[in-house]
Unconditional design. Structure first.
Lengths: 264, 264, 264, 264
């Protein structure tokens, strides 16, 4: 049996006249994309073009909802009430899914963007609002989550299918949290090192922690990491994605979008 | 056989802390609503609450897409390119339809708002973009149109089901255009007069023109007006809707949402 | 010597077609206004009209900068970086001051709005950024501050003139913080009680605390409260302002805008 | 006596995380910049950084107000009412001027951006609103105008100092209008040709028209072009600016910001 894993990146993060990243170059290396829905990036025309391009590359398509924060690119925590997070998330999923449908494409997953995601790692009401919006849109729609977070917990509690995601370019603490960006070594810039970590994540389900020891992404199995995330807004994103992809192939791991999301 | 007609109004036009109109009072008098989708009014939480309220009143639900113009309430022509109009319209329809679905409701129709609608009456590329977005979202979804406009023409050309709409509170020119708001008598403020006009529209399919004679809304039949529109942002909208409703009842015309939209 | 005090309220919080509060009715009862600058409310045309109206009532004019958050009316904490808060605040002060100047009016003060203000009560970098922006715009421009907050502290540290403000409609804790809105009794709705509290604040410089005892707004003097704030978005704001004004007059306290701001 | 001319470009057109153009490279070749004010580009922090950079290069600083249209980059005509254009323009000038002042810099001029400018070339109420806002902010503040437009006419009628601007990279019609972008040859991409045209504009005050003959920018004198504009968002903007600058130097024309704007 061949081990496979999903390789995802954020996409469609241009806005009007402003270009972000090089989606066309990156898409040939991925199996899934998280498409901005207009709240942190991605005006409707950009969304449509991104969907068409993703369809041409046969990528799994994810909605990438955010706090409403164009000037901050959705990277700033906004203390929105849970009913606001619910409605904002549902609005964005719906908008992207409808546009995908008009282009003949299905929505594969939902992944929270930036500060909305960060807040959902520890703030239960925010996590629950995201999971509830995902379920109310479509109970079979999986949510990409960072393992061992409040978001994973709330999604499972609501019966939302979860897809476990890890970051080959980011250092982890031994309790599973991402090392803060202010910590030296928190970001991995070397494509070869990112690729080595991707392979360990995919084949062992764990990674060395920056503060010693290992973090195992799941308690039960070394093979439960479902998706690896590449940061598309990095200047060297294409180079990293290529290195990761080649290393996975060399390790006998196929890159393909998840089909059977993990049920709770 | 009982004659019936739809009675619609714009709704959900509050935004965050700002309240517009009295949806709760108006909804008991209508059969359909056009719900703002966030571009001229209607933040996601307002949309959700409007949908729930509309569902409680068993109203037909319409998406009410607009140019992106919160400070102008969508009432200012924006010379957006057709592909921008297409994407903006599709985005808004999708967002509302998905939120409706999450609340257990179906989308009944699409109606362009304000300046987007006005521009589509005469500007073929804009009209076509709106009709195409509606069709690409769902080919069975009807578009509310002002009769004898480019929007009606383009919708029919694309096979989009059309619902013919008239305005009891607005004066018409003999060629079918709405009398400009700058013209004396262009707006009808007297509920009794609006009600009288509503009955004539519903039962005769025509109305007296402000510049003499009559305008017949369709060439073929006196009974083809499908929907009457009340302006929900009028201070006396509730009073007018009640007068229209009572006059229609007295004339033997039932108010109910359209079920069988007119196919092209 | 007659004791005097400023009576301020937030104003200009309409946005495009949406109306908030009744500025015209309230302005005749105030001595100062805090004018929204476009980030939580107040499009440019609303700002201009508010300034003209304020000028007609000879009110002291304040800039009321906010986080950029129209859908949340600036009431949601946004974890903006200090350099973003600085630039956003300076932008808004500048915009309002320039518009005031074009209308022949001077800017009297700056007051942070909603969540920006709340965050600045306890978060030193945010408080410092607001104070620095105020000083860099004009070193003589006073900042309205809640006494005993980080905002007061940072303003004094930078040499920004401070004006001490209290809320007759809000309950206080014995340590000087406003009682959380979730606490029963945190908001005073009775105009007579608000008026009684206003007089005590103005003449004794202290108020009964909701958790027992009194809070004295300054350590040195019973007369150092400079301004009382009425919430203009309350339905009964006009009634409260009138009661406060009459009670102050009966107590021999003149309502007038501050002229000599308290130097640090 | 040495002939001199101003060389300006739009700048500060990044927005949050999105970068537009290469201001740092271009600034060393210019004498003036038109700084985006937040309505089409340029969040407050970008504005502040742009101002600091412009100050380091000793550039003349202009406010570059736009229609409120981030997704369209201000390039789409918006049928805003004159009082809206007035207030929007005054707001943006004020915001930039205040931020400039806080950085120790003066505002040199105002230049309308994109579709706001285009509309003001032919629509008198829009042109008048822009000119009036400029004058009400500061009667001595010059407005950069395309010669022979309604904007020049209205500015002169109101006594606003005007600075005549031409575009070395754009073809002209014999009546002075810019050749529409849809016309072949309407844009000049060759740096050498742009440079040749810049020299002719600066030294002869006229240019060959794309439809035959010449267009003279002013009737009275061959030397009245005050400023040449380079499009900073062109990929080869730096190359063109360098070619223009070198050709002007070779022709004995000094590049420097205008000091004595042309009074009406």
């Amino acid at each position: 049996m061949t081990r496979s894993i999903d390789l995802n990146a954020d996409a469609g993060e241009s806005y009007g006249a402003w270009i972000m990243g090089d989606d066309a170059a990156l898409f040939s290396l991925l199996s899934s994309v998280n498409v901005a829905c207009g709240f942190h990036a991605g005006d409707p025309l950009t969304m449509q073009r991104t969907l068409v391009l993703a369809g041409q590359h046969h990528l799994g398509i994810g909605a990438h909802p955010s706090y409403p924060d164009l000037p901050g690119f959705g990277r700033r925590i906004l203390e929105a009430a849970p009913d606001q997070v619910y409605a904002d998330t549902l609005y964005q999923i719906s908008a992207l899914a409808g546009m995908a449908g008009a282009a003949g494409l299905d929505l594969q997953h939902v992944k929270a963007h930036g500060a909305l995601s960060t807040r959902a790692w520890t703030h239960a009401p925010t996590a629950q609002a995201i999971a509830q919006a995902t379920r109310d849109f479509n109970p079979a729609l999986p949510l990409l989550v960072l393992p061992a977070t409040e978001l994973e917990h709330q999604a499972r509690a609501l019966g939302v299918p979860v897809v476990l995601e890890t970051f080959p370019e980011r250092a982890y603490l031994s309790d599973g949290r991402l090392a803060p960006r202010s910590m030296p070594g928190s970001s991995i810039h070397d494509p070869a090192e990112a690729a080595r970590r991707a392979v360990m994540m995919a084949t062992e389900g764990r990674i060395e922690a920056i503060d010693g020891g290992y973090f195992a992404f799941t308690q039960n199995s070394p093979f439960e990491v479902d998706s690896l995330c590449i940061h598309g807004d990095n200047p060297n994103a294409v180079q990293i994605a290529r290195a990761v992809r080649e290393a996975l192939a060399a390790a006998g791991v196929e890159v393909r979008s998840f089909v059977q999301p993990r049920l709770s």
